[in-house]
Design a protein around this ligand. Structure first.
Ligand code: HEC
Length: 146
């Protein structure tokens, strides 16, 4: 009988917990990075000619990168240094302005490619090189290797 009276309370607790999870900055920024990774995957498949050139898909991928990178530096509030298996390095909180600049550069460079509207595979490959280098540059300093 005890279980019966306990159940509604624990269900409510679980629901509350998952709602809180969705709003956690660690989860949000990881989702943003996953979206960026997916978008880069789309561009890479075209650059390697595994998929046909698709101007609309290029536009969507670049917009995803730009938006997620723009939101990214604000997703590191004090208190989110750990938890949710975060790979964020403590250096982010030591050099917030450099970290922000790197994220905003990725966003601005994605916007610049968007503005130039790549019309073929070669243009996508060039854009990949520019944007791809920025991933590694930031990860090297600000993402922990697990
Ligand atoms: C301004 C710095 C910065 C730039 C630029 C950057 N990243 Fe990241 N990335 C991070 C940090 C920090 C994390 C770890 C976030 C965490 O776990 O809280 C991360 C995590 C990731 C993850 C793992 C997400 C997860 O938890 O599943 C992927 C995938 C990723 N980045 C891809 C990319 C790609 C692709 C690019 C380039 C187009 C890129 N990143 C550019 C800082 C950056």
């Amino acid at each position: 009988m005890r279980i019966k009276t306990l159940a509604p309370a624990s269900i409510a607790l679980c629901l509350g917990f998952s709602a809180a999870l969705a709003a956690e900055p660690q989860v949000e920024r990881q989702a943003g990075m996953k979206a960026i990774g997916g978008a880069m995957g789309t561009l890479a498949a075209m650059a390697k000619e595994q998929k046909p050139f698709d101007a609309e898909a290029v536009k969507t991928a670049l917009t995803t990168i730009s938006n997620a990178a723009k939101a990214f530096p604000d997703q590191f509030p004090v208190g989110s240094e750990s938890g949710h298996d975060t790979e964020a390095s403590p250096k982010i909180w030591e050099n917030p302005s450099d970290f922000r600049a790197k994220a905003l550069k990725l966003s601005a460079d994605a916007d610049a490619v968007l503005a130039s509207a790549p019309t073929d595979v070669a243009a996508v490959a060039t854009a990949m090189k520019t944007l791809g280098a920025e991933c590694g540059q930031c990860h090297q300093t600000y993402r922990l290797k697990r």
